[in-house]
Design a protein around this ligand. Structure first.
Ligand code: ZN
Length: 356
C-alpha cells in the first residue's frame, strides 16, 4: 500500500480542474449540463481524517467513490482548509468526519445535511441512549456549544470532548455502525448487490476489531502490573488506557500549555513521575520534542525507542497497523512481551477490506 490517500486526493483535484476548464471552451449553454453530468458521475464520499478515510474504505462497497481530504502526513488538529478543498466538500455526496473536536476546521460543516459525524459526540449520543454513563456531559448534541464550553479532558487547546476515540476498538465498531448506516443511504434500495457487500464488509470489519481487542488484551497482560502507566505529552491514549487497564499520565496536564517551564512546575512533574514509578516516557513524534527530551534528561527516565501515534495513522499501513505498532511499543517498553506476528492476519484482512 504505497499512498492511496494522497493519490485519490490528487486524482480528485485533477478531475475538478478539468471540469472547470472544459466548459469554458464550449460556451455557457453547456456549462450547467456538462457540469451536472460529470458531477453526478464523480460525486464522492469525502472522508476528512486519514484514519476515518481508512475506516470508510474498509466498510464501503468498492463501487463507492471515496476521497480522502487530509493527507496522513498532516496534523488534523491544525489543518486549514483551502478554498479548493471547501469546494470539493460542497460537491460531495457525503462528508464523514470525527468532527470539530478532532479537526477544528470542520466546525463550519457541522449541521450540513451531507455531513456525517462519527466522532466523540456522535458516539456519546449513542452511548447516552443505551446507558447512563457520564451523566455530567450535557447537551453535546449541539457541537458548537460543546466546542466552546466543553471543559472536560481539556488536553487540546481547542477543548471539548476527548476526540481520540479509536484507541478503543469498541469505539471503531461504533464509528463503523454510523458509517455503514450513512453509506447505506447513498445506495439505492434496488441495488441489492452493493447493499449485500456493505453488510458483508461490516461484519468482517467488526470481527477484525474484536480480534484486535482480544489480541491487545493478551499483550497488555504480559506487562507487570506495577508498570501499567503510559506517560506521554498529551492525553491522547485515555480511551486506550480505560479500555485495557492502563493508567495514563499527560505531561501537558501538569505543565500547562504555556511554553515557558518554571522550575517549580518541572519539579512537580519530576516528583509525580518518581511517585508513579515510571520506567519510560512515550514520545509522540520522531524526533521527539525538546520538551520530552528535557523531561527525560532531568528525570533520568528514558524515552521509548519508537514513538506512539496518537492522532491517527502512521506514515504507512492502516488502522490495524497503527494499533499493533502502538500496543507493541507500549508493551515492550513497559516490560511485557508483544507478539506482533500473531496480529499480522488481522492487519492483512483489514488491508483486503480496503482494496478498491
Ligand atoms: Zn490529539
Amino acid at each position: 500500500m504505497s499512498n492511496p490517500l494522497g493519490f485519490s486526493f490528487y486524482k480528485r483535484t485533477f478531475l475538478n480542474r478539468s471540469i472547470l476548464v472544459s466548459p469554458l471552451l464550449v460556451g455557457v449553454v453547456f456549462i450547467s449540463g456538462s457540469n451536472q453530468d460529470l458531477h453526478a458521475k464523480e460525486k464522492s464520499i469525502i472522508a476528512i481524517e486519514p484514519l476515518v478515510c481508512d475506516v470508510v474504505k474498509a466498510i464501503s462497497p468498492p463501487s463507492r467513490k471515496i476521497t480522502c481530504l487530509i493527507n496522513r502526513s498532516e496534523n488534523v488538529h491544525n489543518f486549514r482548509m483551502s478554498p479548493k478543498q471547501a469546494q470539493m466538500l460542497s460537491n460531495a455526496s457525503q462528508i464523514i468526519t470525527l468532527g470539530p473536536e478532532m479537526t477544528p476546521a470542520m466546525k463550519k460543516w457541522v449541521g450540513n445535511p451531507i455531513t456525517l459525524l462519527i466522532g466523540a459526540s456522535a458516539i456519546k449520543i449513542e452511548k447516552n441512549a443505551h446507558n447512563k454513563e457520564n451523566g455530567h456531559h450535557q447537551d453535546h448534541g449541539n457541537m458548537n456549544s460543546a466546542g466552546i464550553n466543553g471543559q472536560n479532558h481539556d488536553h487540546h487547546s481547542h477543548g471539548g470532548l476527548d476526540p481520540h476515540i479509536w484507541h478503543n476498538p469498541q469505539n471503531i465498531i461504533k464509528m463503523g455502525k454510523l458509517i455503514s448506516e450513512g453509506v447505506k443511504k447513498t445506495i439505492s434500495v434496488f441495488d441489492r448487490s452493493n447493499r449485500k457487500i456493505l453488510e458483508k464488509k461490516s461484519e468482517s470489519f467488526e470481527s477484525i476489531l474484536l480480534g484486535l481487542e482480544h489480541w491487545t488484551k493478551q499483550q497488555i497482560s504480559t506487562i507487570p502490573t506495577s508498570q501499567r502507566t503510559i506517560v506521554s505529552k498529551h492525553n491522547g491514549m485515555k480511551y486506550y488506557g480505560d479500555a485495557f487497564g492502563l493508567k495514563t499520565v499527560s505531561l501537558l496536564d501538569f505543565l500547562g500549555h504555556s511554553s515557558s517551564l518554571r522550575p517549580k512546575t518541572i519539579s512537580s512533574v519530576l516528583s509525580k513521575l518518581k511517585e508513579e514509578n515510571i520506567k519510560v516516557i512515550f514520545p509522540e513524534q520522531k524526533p521527539s520534542s525538546k520538551l520530552m527530551r528535557n523531561i527525560s534528561k532531568q528525570s533520568s527516565i528514558p524515552l521509548s525507542s519508537k514513538p506512539i501515534y496518537v492522532d491517527g495513522l502512521m506514515p504507512t499501513g492502516n488502522t490495524i497497523s497503527v494499533a499493533i505498532h502502538n500496543t507493541c511499543t507500549i508493551v515492550n517498553s513497559l516490560g511485557g512481551l508483544c507478539e506482533k506476528d500473531t496480529a499480522k492476519s488481522l492487519e492483512d484482512q483489514w488491508r483486503l477490506l480496503t482494496l478498491p
